[in-house]
Design a protein around this ligand. Structure first.
Ligand SMILES: Nc1ncnc2c1ncn2[C@@H]1O[C@H](COP(=O)(O)OP(=O)(O)OP(=O)(O)O)[C@@H](O)[C@H]1O
Length: 302
């Protein structure tokens, strides 16, 4: 079974209006397997959209290899089974959401017993079924985004590539969209998405890749991240002589530990007969993100 996404030494050089060269991608290599949810994170200008546009066939790489489902991205076969939503989707604004979704379903040759019902179900998942027959021209940015996402999912793609899928959505819309994407992933779909909202990447991604200045700095699972850098915060209630414990309230204490020290600490707390209130990892993707980008700045790397 080939990788669903395969990138090898992918490079992209842009030229500005004065024909000066700018290397937006400086050799990205990456594999995403079938059924994986891969989060692509990085600061503004890192190269996320450029990578995604190459995958979606919107722009061409300067060099390197990019394959989808075993096919080079410039072949139309690579896009069979692919749905892509760009950062700012452009939809023909004289169409209605129903027309947009139905057109996608027909183009992808998805067999559905009742087209109207199928489309309305997806529009309903994104809370826009009530405006299914209104012109998109009248829509807000968030509603256009919801229409584009409904269109992508209604096509039952094998691979879903989304560039900043949550931007432009309100907090409830973000949560609902994460839920839909989670379900798609649980159903076996492969998901590749970029996001600035690290919390959403943590909730959705099996692995995440951090891109900075056109280079992939790290690819990790949340578990690997925790083992490599993580600390664990333990909250307990009651008296125990634990070095480093900080009193939060009258008899509520908090102590930070690491993976190796966790079990001995829990044994100690058990012996002291305190009430364990919470054990949670404190290494967030946000901290990792900052550590990778700041380390580089501190060492003056290009
Ligand atoms: N068409 C273009 N012509 C020239 N330079 C470009 C073009 N598109 C992108 N760039 C430059 O390439 C670099 C990477 O841009 P890209 O849009 O891929 O970053 P990004 O990680 O998606 O950023 P953001 O999070 O802000 O969307 C940036 O410096 C950007 O200015």
């Amino acid at each position: 079974m080939p990788d669903v996404i395969y990138l090898d030494d992918l490079r992209k050089t842009y030229r500005d209006s004065r024909l000066r060269r700018y290397e937006a991608l400086r050799g990205i290599s990456l594999r995403v397997e079938e059924g994986e949810a891969f989060g692509f994170v990085g600061p503004n200008g890192a190269g996320k959209s450029t990578t995604i546009k190459i995958l979606a066939g919107v722009t061409q790489a300067s060099s390197g290899t990019a394959r989808l489902l075993g096919q080079p991205v410039d072949r139309f076969q690579a896009r069979l089974g692919l749905a892509y939503v760009p950062e700012n989707p452009y939809l023909y604004d004289y169409l209605t959401p129903y027309e947009v979704v139905a057109m996608g379903v027909k183009l992808h040759k998805v067999q559905v017993p009742d087209m109207r019902r199928h489309c309305l179900e997806w529009l309903d998942r994104f809370r826009i079924a009530h405006v299914a027959d209104k012109r998109i021209r009248q829509f807000s940015k968030g509603m256009v985004q919801r229409t584009a996402l409904a269109h992508a999912l209604a096509c039952r793609p094998k691979l879903l590539i989304l560039d900043e899928p949550l931007s432009g959505l309100d907090p409830i819309g973000r949560r609902e969209t994460v839920d839909v994407l989670y379900e798609y992933h649980r159903g076996g779909g492969t998901l590749f998405f970029s996001s600035h909202v690290l919390h959403d990447v943590e909730r959705l991604a099996d692995r995440f890749g951090l891109i900075h200045k056109g280079l992939l700095k790290t690819v990790q699972t949340p578990g690997e991240l925790l083992n490599a850098h993580g600390t664990i915060s333990v909250l307990f209630q009651g008296e125990a002589q634990i070095p480093g414990a900080v009193r939060l309230d009258r008899d509520l204490w908090s102590v930070e530990t690491n993976q190796a020290e966790l079990w001995p600490l829990l044994e100690q707390l058990k012996t002291a007969q305190v009430v364990l209130k919470e054990v949670k990892p404190t290494m967030s993707l946000e901290k990792a993100f900052l550590s990778y980008t700041q380390d580089e700045a501190a060492h003056g790397a290009a």
